[in-house]
Write a protein that binds this ligand. Structure first.
Ligand SMILES: *Cc1c(COP(=O)(O)O)cnc(C)c1O
Length: 412
């Protein structure tokens, strides 16, 4: 028997520990250790582990009904959540299509754009960005940066037009010359996560949105990571005043309790699929589409933003990060110190760079010994714990990260 772990070379692998309980911002392990979850369990857990309100909502729904075939039936968790999501999103992002993870939410968006705006092959191109990560399924990998994450599959991925992330001039040139052949551009707004917490500006996003719209290309915002408060606003696009044609949301939607995602389309996108024949419809779905337990968990999780003043909490985290920055800035090899909302990140210069640079791992190993669990992206270190983390715990985490980084960069 093997438990085959994700993103893991299994040869010689042993897990960091066995989790027996997780509460709030902490993991509890079978050997008695308590670790601060500095990565929100791979960016999904935003309100803290085992939140009683979400747990109660799941339990109550499990007693009412579980899975329902959404092709033929409706049910109140799916309908209420769609209403809630549409109400929280800006503009006329009103049409909610369910799937069950971030990658599939991206597949859905791409397929919608190819069918709805591909014009039967007249607009055969998709624009993606350097450094992009949109998930691990074939379509999602195709619109991602070709790198270590997906090298074995390069020969099988479809070709896209790749623009440098954050470079407005390159986008202007592209859309002027080739925009009429582009069905959609897909972007991680404001922060590219897996690329190494790479930031871009709201102004860039606003200009890109205008370029797409002038060219008749749809803008797909992949907010699988940035959505639900992570960058300080409920959605990153709000900071640019942009309403994308399609938005992908997952990770934090259920507070990190159950897998769920939504791909939400504007009125015009949705209306393009209406017609007398089934062949014009969007013929896509998953077994667990609109799962009632996951929808109930999400309804409870989304209600917390108001009840717990979550966005104020995120703002307080950002202030705490800013206060800690000068100490990190003293380390000469620490570069590109940055924070936005619940994300704090920096790079360590002087190594090989990139995802396979071992230096980040040396820092996280030291941090682990002090009770902080984080996961490096090569030479990029970042902290993004659940928003429920207490201010003292956050200060402790920053202190541990600073000490570990200091030790590693001083060792050379
Ligand atoms: C994590 C992530 C995905 C993929 O989500 P999964 O649930 O892991 O499939 C897609 N896009 C972005 C921006 C992500 O961070």
């Amino acid at each position: 028997m093997s438990l085959w772990h994700p993103f893991t070379q299994m040869e010689g692998f042993t897990p960091l520990g066995q989790v027996t309980e997780a509460k709030g911002a902490f993991y509890h392990l079978s050997d008695g250790r308590r670790l601060l979850d500095g990565v929100s369990s791979w960016w999904v857990n935003n309100h803290g582990h085992a939140h009683p309100k979400i747990a109660a909502a799941i339990a109550a729904q499990a007693e009412r009904f579980d899975q329902v075939i959404l092709a033929d039936f409706g049910h109140s968790p799916a309908r209420k959540l769609a209403e809630q999501v549409a109400a929280m999103l800006p503009g006329d992002l009103n049409h909610v299509f369910y799937s069950d993870n971030g990658s599939t939410s991206v597949e859905v968006a791409l397929k919608m754009a190819m069918q709805g705006n591909g014009q039967g092959g007249e607009r055969p191109r998709i624009v993606a960005f350097t450094g992009a990560y949109h998930g691990d399924t074939i379509g999602a990998m195709s619109v991602g940066e070709r790198g270590v994450f997906n090298r074995p599959w390069w020969p099988f991925l479809f070709d896209v037009d790749l623009l440098p992330y954050g470079d407005l001039e390159a986008a202007q040139v592209y859309f002027t010359e080739q925009g009429h052949r582009c069905a959609a551009a897909i972007i991680e707004p404001l922060v590219q996560g897996a690329a190494g917490m790479v930031f871009s500006t709201p102004e860039y996003l606003a200009s890109l949105s205008a370029l797409c719209s002038n060219a008749g290309a749809w803008l797909i915002a992949d907010e699988v990571m940035t959505g639900w408060g992570r960058t300080g606003s409920l959605f990153a696009v709000e900071q640019a005043g942009v309403v994308p044609d399609i938005i992908c949301l997952s990770k934090g939607i259920t507070g990190g309790t159950l897998p769920l995602s939504v791909t939400v389309a504007r009125d015009e996108v949705y209306e393009g699929f209406l017609g007398p024949s089934k062949s014009e419809a969007f013929l896509h779905g998953h077994s667990y589409t609109g799962n009632p337990l996951a929808c109930s968990a999400a309804l409870a999780a989304l209600s917390l933003f108001e009840e717990e003043n979550t966005l104020n909490r995120v703002a307080a985290m950002e202030s705490r990060y800013r206060a800690a920055m000068p100490e990190f800035a003293k380390l000469s090899r620490v570069t590109q110190l940055r924070c936005r909302g619940g994300i704090f990140a920096f790079n360590i210069a002087g190594g090989e760079g990139g995802y396979l640079d071992p230096i980040g791992k040396r820092v996280t190993q030291l941090a682990l010994k002090q009770g902080l669990y984080i996961r490096p992206l090569g030479n990029v270190l970042y902290l993004m714990p659940p928003f429920c983390v207490g201010d003292e715990d956050l200060q402790d985490a920053l202190g541990i990260l600073l000490d570990a980084t200091t030790q590693v960069v001083q060792d050379g």
